[in-house]
Design a protein around this ligand. Structure first.
Ligand code: SF4
Length: 262
């Protein structure tokens, strides 16, 4: 007997009334009602013919023998102590800081990349670490994190990362011109100051709770079917809602009804 099965790189995330069908191979995202998914799982295909057609057309399912085993992606969260010892971090640095102090603080860590907000990056600091020059523009965070019904290509790394870390603040440390250490370059939150006696491990211990604010901890988002594919901005949410777990005020999606509002 034949049946339909989702291919190996599909993940399904349920919300209260809709399910996101996320194709981590092609990076596409589809939405189905929970009812359609339940009928699909119960193999009541004759009750959802147009849904089956749309799944076939999008290449999300294959028709196979009932006994065919299709492996699933392994998406387990890593143990926290294991993660902490294997960290590579992203540094955001604003022009005008104390380079000597910054270098001595962070040179014992593995730095994955540096986002430099300024013109004159001293090339001899953190040799070999890729540097991206950026302009400070907080409005980009608003457009990036505003849910408008479309997601840019989602890959497995982004999806997995969003399950483990906040997909903006995760593993990031920002150093602003005024000598403060913050969760990101735009943040008003202070984690410490560059010229205090903190060492890099102590800074990571302080930043850790900010890095781990996944959407599972954010009001409204924690039930949303888009929670692991939606770009987050905790700074916008914090300024508007007053807590680190407030929802983004620019989100126009209501996962409880599965509808968008103005
Ligand atoms: S409720 Fe949260 S996860 Fe869902 S679309 Fe809005 S911001 Fe994204």
């Amino acid at each position: 007997m034949s049946t339909y099965k989702f291919h190996q790189f599909i993940v399904l995330d349920r919300g209260p009334c809709n399910t996101a069908i996320i194709d981590l191979l092609k990076g596409d995202v589809f939405q189905a009602t929970n009812q359609e998914i339940e009928k699909f799982e119960e193999k009541k295909y004759d009750e959802i013919p147009s849904f089956i057609d749309s799944l076939l057309e999008a290449g999300l399912v294959i028709e196979v023998d009932d006994n065919t085993w299709i492996p699933h992606l392994i998406l387990k969260k890593k143990r926290e102590d294991e993660k902490k010892s294997q960290l590579s971090i992203i540094l955001e640095i604003e022009e005008g800081g104390n380079w000597e102090k910054i270098e001595s603080l962070f040179s014992n860590l593995e730095i994955k990349e540096i986002s430099y907000f300024g013109e004159n990056y001293p090339g001899d600091v953190f040799p070999g670490v890729p540097v991206q020059k950026q302009k400070k523009d907080f409005s980009k965070c608003i457009s990036r994190s505003s849910r408008v019904g479309k997601f840019s290509r989602i890959d497995e790394n982004f999806y997995q990362y969003s399950r483990e870390y906040n997909n903006c603040w995760g593993r990031k440390i920002a150093l602003t011109q005024d000598g403060k250490i913050r969760p990101c370059i735009y943040s008003e939150i202070e984690l410490g100051a560059v010229d205090t006696a903190l060492n890099s491990r102590e800074i990571i211990d302080i930043a850790w709770k900010y890095w781990l604010i996944t959407r599972d901890m954010v009001d409204k988002c924690k039930v949303c079917e888009f929670r692991y594919i939606c770009p987050d901005c905790r700074e916008i949410a914090f300024r508007s809602g007053g807590t680190l777990h407030s929802p983004n005020p620019y989100c126009r999606y209501d996962p409880y009804s599965g509808t968008y509002f103005d």
